[in-house]
Ligand binder design. Sequence first.
Ligand SMILES: [Zn+2]
Length: 227
Amino acid sequence: MKKLPEKLLGYTKYKEIKHGVKQLVYESSNAEDFENRWAKFIEKYDLELNEWLYTLYEERRRWVPCYLKCHFWAGMSTTQRSEGMNAFFDGFMNSTTTLQQFVAQYDNALRSKAEKECEADFASTNTTLPSGSQSFIERQFQDEYTHAKFGEVQNELRCKMNCNIKSVEVHGCKAKYIVKEALIWKDQSADKFNEVIFDLMTKDIECTCRLFEFRGVLCRHNLIVLA
Ligand SMILES: [Zn+2]
């Protein structure tokens, strides 16, 4: 295995690498784009034979958001990604971090995030937040989710009242709903439309807002269709 550069990176270099990883992970629009960007990144920093990065690449379908579009991904929304990613790295790195340390610290950062989630799980299993409605859907999330996540579910349930179903079309076993959401934008009313597809056979449901894929929470548009 080829060694990573040993000498300390300057602040500019560190910023450059951090920015590069962030872009790779969160800005790639599809698999091909990610693979091209990754190849260039690896070549630029001479990391072809780094085992750890190679493993990460091999596992890309399990952690890079662009591969996970159609699966559950309890991550951050598009607008929060950049801020979140900075916060994610900043506690672990400083201007004298070497590239080798960077790789190790990235691993630590992920581990610490997982540990925090375990703690949140533990705190949540020992207390219960009150349920705001008589909804069975809400009850299920109350049992399964941490307090923070359950709070997000409750917000979606509240916002459901601003939504209504404008149309339904059934093609085979798929029902397509157009859900109108009444919003207020700069003191003006502004309607937003989302498309929800409900599979009558498998009971799978998806919405164009992709809230579930990004945050693991059923959106208000799905909820109005299911209710
Ligand atoms: Zn939605």
